[in-house]
Design a protein around this ligand. Structure first.
Ligand SMILES: CC(C)(COP(=O)(O)OP(=O)(O)OC[C@H]1O[C@@H](n2cnc3c(N)ncnc32)[C@H](O)[C@@H]1OP(=O)(O)O)[C@@H](O)C(=O)NCCC(=O)NCCS
Length: 305
C-alpha cells in the first residue's frame, strides 16, 4: 500500500514522500544506497537485501518504510527495522533532507526510547539527529567496518574430509540449516528456510558468491555469503558462520577466503565486513583480521527518550 505526499517544508517542495505499509520499497532503497555509496556509507546494497529478506515474514502492518524522491531520483529513505529502531540513507548531497527523515522517525516510531545507528563518517545524519535531541550512547555495542583489498589474497585451506564449494540455488534448506547452526549458541537464529529462500532470490544474490564448507556426510558446517555491488566493485560479506562443533579448525577463515576469491573473479576489487568493534564480542573481528581485513570507521548509536 502506498501513500504519497509532498515532503512537508517549503524548502522541499519538489520532493515527494511515499510511505509503504508493506514490504515494497526495497528497489528504491537499493537504488539510493548504490547511487550514493562510498566508503563513508554505513550501508551496502547487500545489507539492505539481507535485512529486508530476513524480515519478509513480518505481518504487513508491522512494516514502516518511507521513500523521498526528487523527480526521478530517490534522495532519502527510512525504515523502521524494529518498531523503535531506524535504518536510513540520505543522499549526502541533500543533507537538508536528514532532518525530514528524523522527523518522520519521531512521528512514526513506537516506544518510549528511539534508537538509531549511523557510521561515524555520516556527518549529515549525525547533525540532524543531534539537532533533534538524540544523544550518543557510548556504552552500546558498536560495529566497525573492516576492509580488504582483493589483490593479495591467501589460498583457502580446509582439513582433510572437508570440501569447499559454493551453494546451488536449490539448496535452500541446507543453507538455512548451516546459518541456524552457526548462530545456535548465540541466539538462537530466527532465520527460517522461507527467509533463506527470500535471501537467495533477492538481487544481487548470486549462488557463486555464497560459499560453504561441507563435511564427509554432506552437511554444510560453515558458510560465507558475499553481495557484490558491481558499480563500485565492492563486496559485502554478510553473514558468516561456523557450527559450534567445527570451530577453531580454520573453516571460518577458509570459507571466507574462498568466497573472496570468487568475488575477485566476479569483478570485485575490495570487500567490507562489519563485525562488532567493542570488546563484548571480539571473536568475529579476530577471524576477519586473521586473514587480512583491517579496521576502518565505526558505528555510533544514538538514543532519544
Ligand atoms: C566467528 C566464527 C565464524 C569463527 O569461525 P571458526 O571456523 O571458528 O574460525 P577459524 O577456525 O577459521 O579461525 C581463524 C582465526 O580467527 C580467530 N578466531 C576465530 N574464533 C576466535 C575466537 N572465538 N576467539 C579469538 N579468536 C578467534 C583466530 O585468530 C583464529 O585462528 P587460530 O584458531 O589459529 O587462533 C564462529 O565463531 C561463528 O560462527 N560464530 C557465530 C557467528 C558469528 O559471530 N559470525 C560472524 C559475525 S560478523
Amino acid at each position: 500500500m502506498q501513500l504519497s505526499r509532498p515532503a512537508g517544508t517549503a524548502m522541499l517542495r519538489s520532493v515527494q514522500m511515499t510511505e509503504y505499509a508493506g514490504r515494497d520499497g526495497l528497489s528504491d532503497m537499493q537504488e539510493l544506497v548504490q547511487r550514493t555509496w562510498s566508503p563513508a556509507s554505513r550501508l551496502h546494497l547487500g545489507d539492505v537485501a539481507w535485512e529486508r529478506s530476513v524480515n519478509a515474514r513480518r505481518s504487513a502492518d508491522s512494516w514502516r518504510t518511507a521513500v523521498w524522491r526528487d523527480g526521478d531520483d530517490v534522495v532519502a529513505w527510512a525504515w523502521l527495522a524494529q518498531p523503535s529502531h531506524l535504518l536510513m540513507t540520505v543522499d549526502p548531497d541533500r543533507p537538508e533532507l536528514a532532518a525530514t527523515v528524523v522527523e518522520w522517525f519521531q512521528t512514526t516510531a513506537d516506544g518510549p526510547k528511539l534508537a538509531v545507528g549511523v557510521l561515524e563518517t555520516e556527518k549529515h545524519l549525525l547533525t540532524a539527529l543531534e539537532s533533534a535531541g538524540f544523544r550518543r550512547d557510548d556504552d552500546a555495542p558498536y560495529f566497525t567496518h573492516h576492509w580488504i583489498s582483493l589483490d593479495a589474497l591467501t589460498e583457502p585451506v580446509v582439513p582433510e574430509g572437508f570440501t569447499l564449494r559454493h551453494v546451488r540455488q536449490d539448496e535452500v534448506a541446507k543453507r538455512g540449516a548451516v546459518h541456524r547452526a552457526a548462530w545456535s549458541d548465540l541466539g538462537p537464529s530466527n532465520v527460517t528456510d522461507e527467509d533463506m529462500a527470500e535471501v537467495m532470490s533477492t538481487w544481487p544474490y548470486r549462488p557463486e558468491l555464497d560459499w560453504v564448507v561441507e563435511n564427509e556426510a554432506g552437511e554444510f558446517v560453515a558458510s560465507a555469503l558475499i553481495w557484490l555491488d558491481e558499480q563500485h566493485q565492492v563486496g559485502l560479506v554478510e553473514p558468516v558462520g561456523c557450527a559450534p562443533a567445527y570451530r577453531r579448525r580454520g573453516l571460518g577463515a577458509a570459507v571466507n577466503l574462498a568466497a573472496l576469491h570468487a568475488l575477485r573473479e566476479a569483478g570485485g576489487t575490495k570487500a567490507v565486513v562489519c563485525p562488532r568493534g567493542d570488546d563484548g564480542y571480539p571473536q568475529a573481528r579476530a577471524l576477519y583480521q586473521s586473514f587480512g581485513f583491517r579496521p576502518g570507521s565505526r558505528t555510533l548509536h544514538l538514543l532519544l527518550g
